[in-house]
Each structure stands twice: as structure tokens, then as C-alpha cells.
Ligand binder design. Structure first.
Ligand SMILES: *[C@@H]1O[C@H](CO)[C@@H](O)[C@H](O)[C@H]1NC(C)=O
Ligand SMILES: *[C@@H]1O[C@H](CO)[C@@H](O)[C@H](O)[C@H]1NC(C)=O
Ligand SMILES: *[C@@H]1O[C@H](CO)[C@@H](O)[C@H](O)[C@H]1NC(C)=O
Ligand SMILES: *[C@@H]1O[C@H](CO)[C@@H](O)[C@H](O)[C@H]1NC(C)=O
Ligand SMILES: *[C@@H]1O[C@H](CO)[C@@H](O)[C@H](O)[C@H]1NC(C)=O
Length: 322
């Protein structure tokens, strides 16, 4: 039986209304379906640090895993060098993706290739009316700018081992990312040294605003001043897509403790970290990807791996190796 055209368009409208990409809504509204068993995929990073390479070729610092878990999600580590069909299969089982920090080539590394595959899948899924969020931290942030701009616009914006307040832009208060922040917490974020910076490269505000693709894709939520005086973009969120980037490190505020590093640990610093974890996992709750086989799900999760103590050889406390 053919559906009358009017009914069909009503049905499509209703489906878009219920499941559509409504990036504006922070948490799923009443009556909207939610996925309360989200899984965040974290792409493993190539080990470049000589002190750590005896443990494995790729790693995920435990602080990123804890950050995601603290928002109420489970984590699935994703290995590099898999085939596109393998990544497509994984994509259908996860509800969000985290690109972590590190130090590899953003165009030619195994990491960059895998990240690009997931980025494309996420863009396509969101275009098709699904909701699939991505978060990039530090190098993950830089990677998002390269993927969106389709060129590397990074330059020296060194801010190494320094905690700063964010210079929030006019767009920050109405952003999705900071919607759950109280006025007090937003004030602390812009006045207290509670965002940890550990980077040599970044994108200047000038380079960002000069690139049409970036400008159309992301809103700039904050900037900061680098050691060389350059003003760099420190926080951004997708205008249309649920993609988010921070040049700083929310996870260190609660999960890294090396006394030689300026990791902010005040109550407000911890609140910023936990509020962002809650925010991002809520985004992932709007995705309905899932494993078909519970055995496969069980075997894919991070719980199958034991983190290694690396507090004496790195700035991390613990790390997973693959
Ligand atoms: C990925 O494959 C390349 C080429 O075979 C190899 O050189 C590299 O070590 C692999 N990387 C990882 C992380 O396994
Ligand atoms: C914040 O950090 C800056 C630069 O590192 C420092 O000059 C300033 O005193 C710090 N502010 C507070 C309140 O700790
Ligand atoms: C914020 O911007 C002002 C004006 O450009 C600048 O003087 C200040 O250093 C910036 N603060 C930070 C923490 O980057
Ligand atoms: C970046 O700038 C800083 C501060 O001006 C400088 O110390 C550093 O050597 C520069 N790094 C690179 C990679 O050019
Ligand atoms: C770091 O600690 C681990 C576990 O306690 C120990 O096995 C290792 O030898 C230590 N490494 C260094 C370089 O001290």
C-alpha cells in the first residue's frame, strides 16, 4: 500500500522532530528517546615517548578514560591501522568519539588516517539525521581544525605547562558546551587559572577567522594569549554538528597529579572538568548506535585491559597500552 504523500511528509516531519539533529538541545528533552548506556570510542595514540615504548605501540592515558567514565559512559579503545570496513563496523556500535592529545603528524600519521575515517563517518551520520558527537582535546582539537579546513593552519602558539583563565567570546554564554555551567562557574572559568595548557602548536584567531571553512563550521568560544604573544583559539564548538574542541586539558584537573605540572586542582577546576564530562556524555546519549551481540560488546570495552603505572616516567599517572 502506498502512503499518501501528505501522510508521508507528516511522518518524515515527525521523525525529524523526534530524532533529528537538534544540536541546540543540551539534554534530550522530555519525551525524547535517550540512550542511557552510551559508549565513547577513544582512538589509541602512537607512542612517541621512548620511556613508554616498551609497553606497546599505542596507548590511551587513563585520565581520558576516567574523564569519559565520570560523565556516565563506558569506553571502547579503538586501535589504529584497521581497515575502513572495520572502522565502519565499530562506528555503528559507539555513541561518540574522543580524539585525545599527543604528538603525531596531523595529516600522515596512522592516527590522523584513522581519525579522518571516523570524522567522515560522523559527518555523514549527522547529515543523515543521526546524532553523533565528537570531542577533540589538545592535539585532537588541532586535528579537528585540519579535518575541517582540509589544510594545516597551525603555527607556534606555545603555552607549555601553564594554567590560564579563558578569554570567553560573546558566543560563549549561549553555547551548548557551557549551557550547564552556573554563572559562578563561568565566571571562575574566565577569571581563575583553571585550564591547563600543554601545547606548542595551535591555531591563531586570525588564521581561524581567515579560513572560510573553519569560520562556517565552528563558533569560537574562547581565546588565549601564547608565550609569543599570539592569540590562539582555545575552545570551539560546531555551529551545526555536535563537534567540540578544547586546546586545553579538562581531564588533568581531576585525573593527573604530577607536581612538576601546572594541573589545576581547585574545586572550580574539578567542577569545570566534571561539567564538561557530563555535557559530552549527554551528547552521546542522543546516539542510538549499539552492539548487536552482548558478547562482542563485553569484549570491546576498556574493562578488558589493565592500565599500567607510568607516574614515574611521564606526566600521566596510568596509561593503557595496545
Ligand atoms: C601501521 O601500519 C604501518 C605500515 O604497515 C606500520 O609501519 C605501523 O607501525 C603500524 N602502526 C601501528 C600503530 O600498528
Ligand atoms: C594565574 O597565572 C598567571 C600566569 O601563570 C599568574 O601570573 C597569576 O598570578 C595567576 N593567578 C592566580 C590568581 O593564581
Ligand atoms: C585575554 O585577552 C586580553 C586582551 O586581548 C589579553 O590582554 C589577556 O592576556 C588575555 N588573557 C589570557 C588569559 O589569555
Ligand atoms: C615558539 O615560540 C616560543 C616562544 O616565543 C619559543 O620559545 C619556541 O622556541 C618556539 N617554538 C617553535 C617550535 O618555533
Ligand atoms: C616505574 O615504576 C614501575 C612500577 O613501580 C617500576 O617497575 C619501574 O622500574 C619504574 N621505572 C623507573 C624508570 O623508575
Amino acid at each position: 500500500m502506498e502512503m499518501p504523500e501528505k501522510m508521508l511528509s507528516l511522518l518524515v516531519f515527525a521523525m525529524v522532530f523526534v530524532f533529528g539533529v537538534s544540536a541546540k538541545a543540551m539534554s534530550p528533552g522530555p519525551g525524547k528517546p535517550v540512550n542511557n548506556r552510551p559508549i565513547i570510542g577513544i582512538l589509541a595514540q602512537q607512542v612517541v615517548d621512548k620511556a613508554m615504548d616498551r609497553f606497546g605501540k599505542t596507548y590511551i592515558p587513563a585520565s581520558y578514560v576516567k574523564e569519559m567514565e565520570s560523565g556516565g559512559s563506558r569506553v571502547m579503545p579503538i586501535r589504529l591501522n584497521q581497515t575502513l570496513p572495520e572502522y565502519e563496523k565499530i562506528f555503528k556500535t559507539i555513541n561518540g568519539m574522543l580524539f585525545i592529545g599527543g604528538a603525531v603528524n596531523l595529516k600522515t600519521s596512522d592516527y590522523a588516517r584513522a581519525a579522518k575515517a571516523f570524522y567522515r563517518l560522523a559527518v555523514e551520520a549527522n547529515d543523515a539525521g543521526e546524532y553523533f558527537p565528537i570531542w577533540g582535546t589538545c592535539m585532537g582539537f588541532q586535528l579537528l581544525t585540519v579535518l575541517v579546513a582540509r589544510e594545516n593552519l597551525l603555527s607556534n602558539t606555545t603555552a607549555e605547562n601553564v594554567a590560564l583563565p579563558l578569554n570567553l567570546t560573546a558566543e560563549a554564554p549561549s553555547s551548548r558546551m557551557f549551557q550547564g555551567f552556573s554563572d559562578e562557574l563561568l565566571k571562575a572559568l574566565s577569571h581563575e587559572n583553571i585550564t591547563g595548557n600543554f601545547h606548542h602548536y595551535g591555531i591563531t584567531e586570525k588564521a581561524f577567522r581567515g579560513n572560510e571553512r573553519l569560520q562556517q563550521f565552528f563558533s569560537i568560544l574562547s581565546t588565549n594569549i601564547a608565550e609569543n604573544g599570539a592569540e590562539f583559539v582555545s575552545t570551539m564548538e560546531g555551529r551545526k554538528y555536535p563537534f567540540y574542541g578544547v586546546q586545553w586539558h579538562p581531564e588533568v584537573n581531576r585525573f593527573q597529579w604530577n607536581p612538576k605540572k601546572n594541573y589545576p586542582h581547585s574545586q572550580n577546576a574539578a567542577s569545570v572538568s566534571s561539567s564538561l564530562a557530563t555535557f559530552f556524555v549527554n551528547e552521546a546519549r542522543k546516539s542510538f548506535h549499539h552492539f548487536r551481540d552482548p558478547e562482542e560488546e563485553r569484549a570491546a570495552l576498556i574493562y578488558n585491559y589493565a592500565p599500567v603505572y607510568v607516574g614515574n616516567i611521564s606526566g600521566y599517572e596510568q596509561s593503557y597500552f595496545f
